[in-house]
Structures are given as C-alpha cells and as structure tokens.
Design a protein around this ligand. Sequence first.
Ligand code: GAR
Length: 199
Amino acid sequence: MQRSFNIAFLTSGKSRGSNFEAIMTHLQERNVPIETKFLIITRADAPITQRAEKFGVRYILLDDKNTFEQELLALLNKNNVHLVVLAGFMRKLSEDFLQKYSGDIINIHPALLPKFGGKSMFGMRVHEKVFKMKEKFSGASVHYVNERYDEGEVIAQQKIPIGHCTSAEEIAGEVLKIEHQLYPEVIEKLAHEYLKLHK
Ligand code: GAR
C-alpha cells in the first residue's frame, strides 16, 4: 500500500476558498497521493464550506480564540497531518504552537515577498498598496510559516506584469490566477518529496 501525504487546510473569517478549490481540483485531476484530512474554519458562515462539501472534505469549526491552537494541535496530531496549508488564514500562529507542531506549515501571499508583506498586509490591502506604489510587477509567493508575518523561507514565487492594471481589483484578479497555479504545484512537489523520502 502506498503511503499518503496528509494535509489539512486552515482558513479564518469569511474565507472564500478559491485557492482551496484550485488545490483540490489539481490534486484530483493529477491523482496526487495526498489525503486531505480536514479544513478548519473560524466562522460557521464562511463560504468555503460549500466548496468543502463539493470535494467531500470534512470541515471543523474552531471559533474560540482561547482554545484555537490547543484544539488545532490535537487534531493535527490525531490525524497525523504532515503539512498544514494556510488558505486565506489571516492570523498569526504563536511561537509555542509552531514549536509544538512537528509538521510543516505553508502559506500563499499575494505579492512578491519580502515586498508588501508583514502585519496587516493581507488580501486586498496588499493589492491596494501595490497599486498605490505604481509597481510594474506583482505576483504570488508560497512560503513556510514562522513566528513572524510573511517572513518564513520562500519556497516558490511567480512574477507577472501589472503595469496595465487600472485598479487594485484588477491586480488582485491577475494575481489570483497565478496563485491558483502556483499553490497546487508547490503542494504536489512537497508531497512527492515527502513520499520519496518515506517509501
Ligand atoms: C488569497 O489571495 C491569498 O493570497 C490571500 O488571501 C486570499 C484568499 O483567497 N492571503 C493573504 O493575504 C495571506 N497574508 P481565497 O480564500 O479565495 O483562497
């Protein structure tokens, strides 16, 4: 029996879940030996739950900030999760949690890190700043998560021209398209690397 690479998704707030959908579609189409154990939501009304249902992924509501990390850690350990995929998770994980969890955690950021990263730089705020600064290029970065916002090692980046964009929304749309390519590819690569090492 082939081993599988176990992943879990982490989202927060009213998460839309377009990256989740792109990743799940890619994994299914390419038959990647990944088992998606669960998806964490922090609000019962998050639109991502509809996408989770579509793919048959179990979602779990953790809406108490005081016990969030403790409950999450227990779930990750119980399900032997190798990789946590942040997909629209806008909070910071504590140093204590990061030390206790033995797997890897990755995030996608909608800009070319280290530019336009850091506290309060997420979602549309990033694109608004990029637009205001009249940047000619933007892109997406997938990186490991550490105790500082957007400062973990970058795994992969894709750059696109945005000089033609006339609004932050337009930049967001262009960047999102490449997020949907880059994130699934990175996860597939990490799965194959893990499975090669743990035959
Ligand atoms: C994505 O654009 C992602 O890069 C961004 O939130 C959006 C989530 O969209 N994440 C951050 O800004 C993290 N700092 P989605 O729910 O449709 O995947």
